[in-house]
Design a protein around this ligand. Sequence first.
Ligand code: PLP
Length: 398
Amino acid sequence: MKPATRMERIGTETAFEAAARARALEATGRDVIHLEIGEPDFDTPRNVSEAASRALLEAGETHYTAATGIAPLREAIVADVARWKGISTTPDQVVVTPGAKPIMFFTMLALVNEGDEVIYPNPGFPIYESMARYVGGTPVAAPLREANDFRMDVEEVASLITDRTKLLVINSPHNPTGSILTEADIRRLAELAVERDLVVLADEIYGRLQYSGEPLSIATLPGMADRTITLDGFSKTYAMTGWRLGYGIVPEWLVHHFSRLVINSVSCTNAFAQFGAVEALTGPQDDADAMRDEFIARRALMVDGLNAIPGVTCVMPHGAFYTFPNVSSFGRSSAEIADHLLYDAGVCGLAGTAFGKHGEGYLRFSYANSRENLRAALERVGESLAKLERTGELVGSS
Ligand code: PLP
């Protein structure tokens, strides 16, 4: 018996595998500080959990909902994107999904034909490349370089566009580098999309966690509303990763296809969770704001701490909750260094190459962990890398 050949084309998100290896190490009695997974370490705001709990226990919201989401949530999303992104849309164009990830999958399934090219940031969220390839498309990497503040080089993107290019994926603030696209970048990318007739998938999941400048949604620029799928969700802004709640703002001509994909795959998103999401958007924002403030403080702690380690340099990220330190001076691969730090120092980070080949030379450390743990992790990383320099001995899993 054999799986379908298309399964050879699917990738994965290494963070989950790294976390599993870290847990296996913990099971042997080792202490591990987790800086690998991209999820806030805060609890979901209590008012949100209470709203979902009322929907579950009191209102009996335990049945299928409309495929694209309950009306109050789609209305709340319309108001929220108007407020935070300046996007003017209607509830009919909102598609609620279990997490934001399905929006990536649905975008590729609905748009990308065999051989169509998809330009995406590399390093970048690994699912863009994986899904583009899985549906038979050709992922085309737009390299993000430290020398360009890990922003997409828009003129390079222009040079990568061919007659087969169908889709451009952008992500600002960016995972894993924490970079942001400038207003000029976004304006130029929009011009290119219009000139070359591209659809844009704008992954704005970290939009509320941008720490400098004003976020600009590409969907608001001339000619873009009808060619942009804006992806966002609840996982990061409201510490709701396990709830599985996200959404897309989808052009009118595509929304019917997205709805079909929802019906074919999941029918709808969890009913009572959607009521929690309404509260997240319409209730007090104090917890989300406090989380953001804490991330800003931790960002400084991490960046300063990493730059104080001989051989490591780290640029200041402008959003999300990741640092992307350069460890190329050690002359080892990112994967070797990430392994060394897990098994020698008990600090679990990710190799930059978990986000594509242009991540070589870097590690990703999430700062979604307590300041105390971040300080301890920095100390351990510093000692372990100093030992590596001294002895030349890499510690691995065996
Ligand atoms: N987009 C980016 C850039 C991410 O980093 C993530 C999660 O790590 C997602 C989208 C998906 O988020 P979720 O499916 O949890 O809503």
